[in-house]
Design a protein around this ligand. Structure first.
Ligand SMILES: CC(C)(COP(=O)(O)OP(=O)(O)OC[C@H]1O[C@@H](n2cnc3c(N)ncnc32)[C@H](O)[C@@H]1OP(=O)(O)O)[C@@H](O)C(=O)NCCC(=O)NCCS
Length: 380
């Protein structure tokens, strides 16, 4: 059994973790024992960060001081903003810009190289606080606007929307965005979290792990899918195509439906259910049900076709884009927003793993040639 090859590490256990549990058969997600539905509806993103990083839900006093410490770290060095401007001028993609700027943030971290769990969490808090500032600045500069300085009196979610638009968000927008952050904060050993852990297992610093996590999350098989879903919905809208016909065409070409399928979930993702409900509420109150109509039509068709029964069901990305659209967030910022939330999970996993660290170093089954005869360069 030791030599059994598991492509994509499917189902392989590599660590113990108290952080989150995904039951893909029944569609359940918990963070430290708490059901995602309870957290999404009842807890702020700051509470969830505290839970992931410190092991329990905070008391009101603990939350106040935690949220104030986080908010106090939001400003970024002017040189980082200048770099963000240069990246926007160069038309860099948002996830790549975030990756570069996050890496640069380490130059200004007073802790220097982290060497214990406490400093890893302090650095993690700074990264988590600063990523929204970097992202909002990038977006504003791209739009020809000046960056907006963070407001320490606003929540993590509210402040991001404020820095993005220059206007304080209304309560529904803030609460919706906060819920989306909570839903994306952690998800077992997904590809980006595992990437951060592998980097952390070398005892490299948290910045390296987060930068690697951003790279992994940018791919269309992982975090990039939410953008793909929204692009599909826009394409359907622009061409006035029937959404079901669009799906039929993609399936006829052997293509994949973005926002469907998951390595772990074999039923509908619980986060998709919560976001679908949110989208329904938002669509009904705005009177604009277009995205809801398209996504519902696609899901119903694929359910009728037996795809969902086969385990290829809607995942979190199928509904998140439509919710972000209702908040006026541009499509290519969806994956960066995912990173802005998932950074909480990356840091929690790196810190947890480093407490009882063992270098992660698997191996490949060698299938190359044997006993090749070496021929010197000038004789080849
Ligand atoms: C997420 C994902 C990469 C998981 O992939 P995986 O566990 O490696 O599963 P596989 O790629 O081996 O797919 C298994 C089967 O399901 C099919 N499948 C998986 N996702 C599908 C989709 N979105 N649409 C159509 N068919 C799909 C595959 O074609 C494959 O069929 P086959 O066995 O007949 O070849 C995959 O479902 C996918 O590409 N989804 C679309 C992108 C997406 O939404 N990603 C976000 C995930 S949160």
């Amino acid at each position: 059994m030791a030599d059994e090859l598991k492509r994509g590490l499917e189902g392989v256990l590599v660590a113990e973790s108290d952080l989150s549990y995904v039951d893909g058969e029944v569609g359940k997600l918990v963070y430290r024992g708490y059901d995602i539905e309870d957290l999404a509806r009842g807890a702020s993103y700051e509470e969830v960060l505290y839970l992931l990083w410190h092991g329990s839900l905070p008391t009101a006093a603990e939350l106040d001081s935690f949220a104030a410490d986080l908010a106090a770290e939001r400003e970024v060095n002017d040189d980082v903003i200048e770099t963000v401007r240069a990246l926007a001028d160069a038309d860099e993609r948002p996830m790549a810009a975030l990756r570069t700027a996050t890496s640069m943030l380490s130059a200004y971290d007073p802790d220097g190289e982290s060497d214990d769990g406490e400093s890893a969490l302090r650095q993690g808090r700074r990264i988590t606080a600063k990523i929204p500032t970097v992202l909002a600045a990038f977006e504003r500069v791209r739009q020809g606007e000046e960056p907006v300085a963070p407001d320490p009196d606003l929540s993590h979610a509210g402040n991001f929307l404020y820095m993005l638009t220059g206007t304080e968000p209304d309560a529904v927008s803030e609460e919706t965005f906060d819920m989306a952050l909570t839903l994306h904060a952690d998800h077992g050993l997904n590809a980006s979290t595992f990437t951060a852990m592998v980097i952390g297992s070398t005892m490299a610093d948290v910045y390296s792990g987060v930068t690697g996590g951003i790279g992994a999350l940018s791919g269309p098989l992982h975090g990039g899918a939410n953008q793909d879903v929204m692009e599909v919905l826009h394409e359907i809208d622009a061409s006035s195509k029937d959404p079901v016909q669009w799906v039929k065409d993609v399936r006829a070409d052997g293509g994949r439906i973005p926002g469907f399928g998951h390595r772990v979930y074999k039923v509908k993702d619980p986060r998709a259910k919560i976001l679908e409900e949110k989208l329904r509420d938002l669509s009904e109150s705005s009177g604009d049900t277009k995205w809801l109509d398209y996504t519902t039509a696609i899901e119903e068709y694929l359910t009728d076709q037996g795809l969902v029964e086969k385990g290829i069901a809607p995942n979190v990305d199928f509904y998140s884009g439509s919710v972000y659209d209702s908040l006026g967030i541009p499509v290519d910022m969806y994956t960066p927003i995912f990173a802005m939330s998932r950074v909480g999970g990356w840091i929690a996993h790196v810190a947890e793993y480093q407490e009882d660290n063992r270098l992660i170093r698997p191996r490949a089954r060698y299938t190359g040639p044997e006993d090749a005869e070496f021929i010197p360069l000038d004789e080849r």
